[in-house]
Ligand binder design. Structure first.
Ligand SMILES: [Zn+2]
Length: 56
């Protein structure tokens, strides 16, 4: 899936395409992809379906 993530290397938000959705052992879902500029791995946690969490 495509998502907007924060690249720690560019220190900017990047539009990531073809991100891979994964689930942590804690049951949290996240999406991982590569920064289109520097190819650093960008991770973003997805909001939980059970309870709402704050997102920055
Ligand atoms: Zn980057």
């Amino acid at each position: 899936m495509d998502f907007e993530g924060y690249c720690v290397k560019c220190r900017e938000k990047r539009e990531v395409t073809e991100g891979e959705v994964k689930e942590t052992p804690n049951g949290r879902r996240m999406v991982q992809g590569e920064c289109p500029v520097c190819s650093t791995k960008v991770t973003r946690f997805l909001p939980s379906e059970k309870k709402k969490e704050q997102e920055s």
